[in-house]
Design a protein around this ligand. Sequence first.
Ligand SMILES: [Zn+2]
Length: 276
Amino acid sequence: MNKAVEGVNLGKRESIYQPEQEGLVFPEIPRFATVAEERRHRQERLAAACRAFAVHGLDYGFAGHLTVRDPEHPELYWTNPMAVHFSQVKVSNLICADHSGKVVEGRHAINRAGFVLHAAVHQMHRDIVAMCHAHTVYGVAYAALGKPIPPVTQDAAVFFEDHVVIADEGGKVAVEEDAGHKVAAAFKGVKAAIHQNHGLLTCSRHSIDAAAFWFIALERLCHQQLMIDASGVPPKPVPAEKARYSREHVGNEFIGWLHFQPMWEQLVQAQPDLLD
Ligand SMILES: [Zn+2]
């Protein structure tokens, strides 16, 4: 997030989507006077991301975990409490854990599989700020195919050369730490992974906002791709150069963050208790 904040401070436009005309209403990347303010912000956005997952039907029992790194203590991360429905996550029931899975703040237990995967990724990739994983209808179905999302639409192009399929440990529940390390090792330099026979993972080097939006986007793409495959008609691919162009313009971290802002505004109005 620091890079983005600097960009704003210098008055640079990060994206072609930012208005050139002054004085218009447009989401602004937040700036913080203290680390406590930034922590509170990340907690609020994490709780909202969980609520967004509930709205999109991405829950499956107690499965699913979203994490964001603490702004002051990078070895700690905030996550949703174990066995609490996404629709009931709020700032006050979030937990903070270390990379060994020990809860250092909060009353609730941590999800064992969540800690194994997320702790390994956060520990191995210091640049990753936030990460999401859930067992979703279309993502899990698509993960059984063991293939990447092809760039056959402009929306799909945002993941072109920016996600991986991880076959290692697929289908074997990740409760041992070694399993988390194998997945984390494959999850580098990209914003998403399809874990074969398991489901989707997304991350962001910018914000939980972006990680959550890319997760919702990838689940949607899996749904669309399954429909395309079911049609039996071979889709027309977007040429690599065009797919890369789209990814650069509408697949970057700022755009992921920006996509989440209308969801945030709607959620805080409709479900203000998420801030409790
Ligand atoms: Zn899982």
